[in-house]
Write a protein that binds this ligand. Structure first.
Ligand SMILES: [Zn+2]
Length: 283
């Protein structure tokens, strides 16, 4: 069934688990993520990145077929715009049927971030869609965070939540987007999660879930993370599968090659669903 993130994240908040949000960009990737959720009876969020929608299939082409997959699914499925940075683009996605959007105005000074986000929260109400926003600066793994200013300031975050009325908040406490160097495990500042959760009690979001390590993810969930974004490990599992298939048969046809990636993607999602403790949690 097709739902917004609101209900699934509020229940995750009460039940102290996290829902996985998987970065997809076509029907095959969305199908793999939904299949994984169905097999484990967990809710799932299909995350479509603004950047991918601009460079690959647009929202006008992709949203309806994924909504259909979601509606036919036996578990709760939300479609979320990931890192929506352009206000007009975010509004268009809501118009196209997204049940959830992330308004990422984190690059703006705090007052503007509040203004832009509050406006989007009001706008999204018409569509009964949820809004996620970001405070702080979640970096890229290729440039592992060392700068103190990139971490979310808990006081600013608490004030931001009160002033905007958002449904979920992405915070920066040590994770990065993309693949970490081999063997690297990031160090998380859990005090940031704890403080913001204590004061706001809203669903908090971990971006860059890939490669964070099981211990970091488990502790994050215990302290109040209710949504985990994961893209790199999902995509890597599919690239590895393509490499394996080509090694096995360099003359493999394109259909068999692409079809084989679905199972590989599904297995990667199932691993994270189990880790996020959302197995069996769908209505
Ligand atoms: Zn992100």
């Amino acid at each position: 069934m097709y739902v917004s993130m609101k209900g699934m994240l509020n229940r995750a908040n009460e039940g102290k688990y996290a829902v996985m949000a998987i970065n997809c960009f076509n029907l095959e990737t969305a199908y793999a993520a939904i299949q994984a959720a169905q097999e484990l009876r967990s809710p799932i969020i299909i995350s479509l990145l603004q950047e991918h929608l601009m460079e690959h299939f647009g929202s006008h082409l992709l949203t309806k077929p994924i909504m259909k997959l979601a509606n036919e699914a036996s578990v709760e499925v939300a479609i979320n715009l990931d890192h929506g940075q352009d206000v007009a683009f975010v509004k268009r996605c809501l118009h196209d049927g997204f049940s959830s959007v992330m308004m990422d105005a984190a690059a703006y000074p705090i007052d503007q971030n509040i203004e832009i986000t509050r406006h989007m929260v009001e706008f999204a109400q018409t569509y009964n869609a949820s809004v996620e926003a970001e405070i702080g600066n979640i970096g890229a793994a290729s440039n592992i965070m060392t700068n103190d200013s990139m971490y979310t300031d808990p006081e600013l975050a608490i004030d931001f939540v009160r002033k905007t009325g958002i449904d979920a908040l992405a915070i920066s406490y040590g994770s990065s987007h993309g693949n970490y160097p081999e063997g690297y495990v990031p160090e998380f500042r859990f005090d940031i999660v704890e403080k913001i959760k204590q004061e706001t009690n809203i669903p908090l979001v971990l971006h860059g879930g890939s490669g964070c390590g099981e211990k970091n993810i488990r502790t994050s969930i215990e302290l109040g993370i209710n949504k985990i974004n994961m893209g790199s490990d999902f995509l890597k599992a599919q690239v590895d599968q393509i490499r394996y298939q080509l090694d096995k048969d360099p003359n493999i046809n394109f259909f068999d090659l692409i079809h084989s990636t679905i199972d590989a993607g599904k297995e990667a999602v199932k691993y994270y669903i189990n880790l996020s403790k959302s197995t069996g949690k769908s209505l």
